[in-house]
Design a protein around this ligand. Sequence first.
Ligand code: ATP
Ligand code: MG
Length: 251
Amino acid sequence: MTTIAVANRKGGVGKTTIAIAIGTKLAAQGHAVVLIDLDSQANATEALGIPPQPAIFSWLGAEEPPEITQAWGVDVLPGNARTEYVNLILSSDGDRGAIHRALRRLRHNYQYIILDCPPSLSMLTRSAIYAADQVLIPTLAEYLSIAGVRQMMDLLVETRQRFERKVQLLGIVPNMYRRVTAEHKSGLTDLVAAYGAWNPNGSSTGRVWPPLRETIAVAAAVAEGVSLWDKLEGQVLREWGAMVERVRQYG
Ligand SMILES: Nc1ncnc2c1ncn2[C@@H]1O[C@H](COP(=O)(O)OP(=O)(O)OP(=O)(O)O)[C@@H](O)[C@H]1O
Ligand SMILES: [Mg+2]
């Protein structure tokens, strides 16, 4: 069993898209997966065609058993705007361990627990990193986004040192990459200089995964309410497939 937080304080970098893509593919491959929507925007919930509902609030705020819903072959713990109250409760209690403790009750049912985090360094994100075995950080290959990655790395280090957690960085995923854009090229170079390029032979500790290019398939899947996997083809499909394979192998 592994718990993977998909997190970045920066908004709109592809956290939710990537969390759903990984969760649905691993489930389709026969793994037991639960996707947990920790963002009060409830984007993952809605993207999966599930009506927003206070399942996260009931689970974490009121300590009820989790109300699991199924969509596209994957178990989902959906949320709605009330998830923000959980953040307020955890903040006022100063309690980072609540998600970790709640997950103990789910752990034995799943091979993968995937946490879709909100775009912030809120208590929910901090608690998700505390609860996680591994963190996947989607980012744009742009200057300001790279500052966001650095802050996430600081949070990982703090979580390890202050709370003696063993959370690891699984990977940094440059997303919506445009190889013809000079800013993206130099952004990718900067990321690789700071965190090292992923090496499939495992002989380096590089953590920057090959980029996922920008594709209209993502918007098309959302517009049609279908899985991204129904829309991806060619080289783009291979990029996303390779990302899931990396999660399966190293997650
Ligand atoms: N590879 C991609 N190519 C094109 N569009 C993409 C790609 N990845 C994500 N998008 C689009 O970018 C937008 C942001 O994606 P997403 O909602 O997954 O990001 P997020 O980090 O979860 O956002 P938030 O911080 O608000 O939670 C969405 O409109 C999504 O469809
Ligand atoms: Mg999101």
